[in-house]
Ligand binder design. Structure first.
Ligand code: NDP
Length: 485
């Protein structure tokens, strides 16, 4: 296979690119130029069958290989991914519109971290030994089988790698379906894994919309589905998986709180709120879009935030000095615009932004609302765009109750210099991923995931191993078998 920056066909199955132009065409639109940069074709039933057959055929032999050998493949893939970081980042930037400044450090590099981390763990995956007088039990940690990964459009390389790495480390095979908005980068992940030595069929990518995902997760050969997506999609995927009692990991949406106390370091708090609202133009699931600011620091916070927002540079995201990109699509831009209009209509005070920038490209200004109340749509709904809601508060008990008064529970953060209060707050947050004096960092070594409607299961860290493997108990009898008759 010769190396090219663009994937050469729509699907990657059984170790090679595969095309079937009888599938529905899906144009890939660059959100900066609004021009078509590629076209992929939705998987036909024949393509879906090919992927399922390849993944089921290849899985047993891969699982039977010792973990160190599987790990070596993943670590080699990590090295290749790092070597190609620049090209992969350019592709990711063209596909998603995210600035190259971001994609160079947060996409393929994060994918490589996951491959390296789980590659390192693969050789040490074991069961346990349980002594029972003379008898004993040992457990075997076994792969689940064929896993399906479904990805959102915001971090295509990262999402594909975060799912592939623990799945493959545990001896599973995977069929990954990227979002139809950003279908290109997962194909490169498949290509790299194959080049690194993953047997044909171990990691496959097929394109398509929700119905392709449904066809995959309802197939009896599939043991598990891991979705990164919205809550409404989560409900559908979870329900479909339930029919076959399949394992699930659900990484869903959020409306996370960041709580800033009067005694917080102002620069850190403003920096955290910027990272938690405007990185990737706000298209991040764990964003802290409800920023609760204590009354004593509120004006200083808003004024410093408004100053720092002047440092936003929009433009060609391939220019490495550009630090703010467009929305992924016209559709997403319009959703966010509707929320901004609603925020104004509901009486929130527009402190910054609020408008589209330019006529070409789906650029929206970073937007800050103050005087937001808990019941406004901008404070209750996941917007998935660059819109920060600043809410006022006075005391700790009250703000914790309000921070938790949401059906979501993905992330939460607190900024304070009071050590005991910081730990009290994170203990009280109903969220899976919490932060003290920082925000939105997701290293592979730490578990990541949500509570309540934000999800089930954890990605990253040793915790992910439990979601991609199962234990088989082996009871060994050492004495005579005592039966009642
Ligand atoms: P969607 O929920 O729309 O889609 C997620 C994936 O599921 C896509 O590949 C989609 O295909 C597929 N899909 C849609 N419907 C079905 C179905 N009925 N059966 C099977 N698959 C289906 O999410 P978005 O792509 O819009 O991403 C944004 C959402 O993702 C936000 O809510 C965000 O918070 C969440 N997210 C969560 C993260 C986390 O780790 N917790 C991280 C990143 C994002 P297609 O779109 O091609 O039709």
């Amino acid at each position: 296979m010769t190396y090219s920056i663009q994937p050469t066909a729509s699907h990657f199955i059984d170790g090679d690119y595969v095309e079937d132009i009888s599938g529905t065409p899906i144009p890939v639109i660059c959100p900066v130029s609004e021009k078509q940069i590629a076209i992929v074709y939705s998987a036909t039933p024949a393509i879906i069958e090919q992927a399922l057959a390849a993944a089921s055929r290849a899985q047993g032999e891969w699982a039977a290989m010792n973990g160190t050998r599987r790990g070596r493949v993943l670590r080699r893939a990590a090295d290749i991914m790092r070597e190609r970081n620049y090209d992969l980042s350019v592709l990711e930037t063209n596909d998603t519109g995210k600035p190259l400044q971001e994609t160079l450090v947060a996409d393929a590099t994060s994918g490589a971290d996951a491959l390296e981390y789980f590659g390192g763990l693969a050789g040490s995956l074991t069961g346990e030994y349980i002594q029972l007088n003379d008898d004993f039990v040992y457990t075997r940690r076994e792969a689940l089988g064929v896993c399906v990964g479904l990805g959102a459009w915001n971090y295509p390389t990262q999402i594909a790698s975060w799912k592939a790495a623990p799945a493959l480390a545990c001896g599973n095979s995977m069929i990954f379906k990227p979002s139809e908005q950003t279908p290109l980068c997962a194909l490169k992940v498949a290509e790299i894994l194959f080049e690194a030595g993953a047997p044909a069929g171990i990691f496959n990518v097929v394109q398509g919309m929700g119905e392709v995902g449904q066809a995959l997760i309802t197939d009896p050969r599939v043991a598990k589905v891991s979705l990164t997506g919205s809550v409404p999609t989560g409900r559908k995927v979870y329900a479909a998986a339930a029919a076959g009692i399949r394992h699930v990991t659900m990484e869903l949406g959020g409306k996370s709180p960041i709580v800033i106390f009067d005694d917080a370091d102002l620069e850190d708090a403003v920096g955290g709120a910027i990272l938690g609202n405007f990185y990737s133009s706000g298209q991040v699931c764990s964003n802290g879009t409800r920023v609760f600011v204590q009354s004593g620091i509120k004006e200083a916070f808003l004024s410093r935030l408004s100053e720092r927002i002047k440092g936003v540079k929009m433009g060609d995201p391939l220019d490495e000095s550009v630090n703010f990109g467009p929305m992924v699509s016209k559709h997403q831009m319009e959703i966010v615009q509707r929320f901004i209009t609603k925020g104004i209509a509901e009486g929130a005070r527009l402190v910054a932004g609020g408008k589209r920038q330019g006529d070409v490209g789906y650029f929206l200004q970073p937007t800050v609302f103050a005087n937001v109340t808990d019941d406004m749509a901008i404070a209750t709904d996941e917007i998935f765009g660059p819109v920060m809601s600043v809410l006022d508060f006075d005391n700790e008990d009250d703000v914790l109750t309000r921070a938790n008064a949401t059906d979501f529970g993905l992330a939460a953060g607190v900024f304070t210099n009071d050590l005991t209060r910081a730990h009290r707050m994170v203990a009280g947050f109903d969220a899976g991923t919490t932060y003290i004096n920082t925000y939105n960092i997701a290293p592979v070594e730490a578990p990541f995931g949500g509570s309540k409607l934000s999800g089930v299961g954890r990605e990253n860290s040793k915790a992910a191993i439990n979601h991609y493997s199962q234990l088989k108990s082996v009871y060994v009898g050492m004495g005579p078998v005592e039966a009642p008759f």
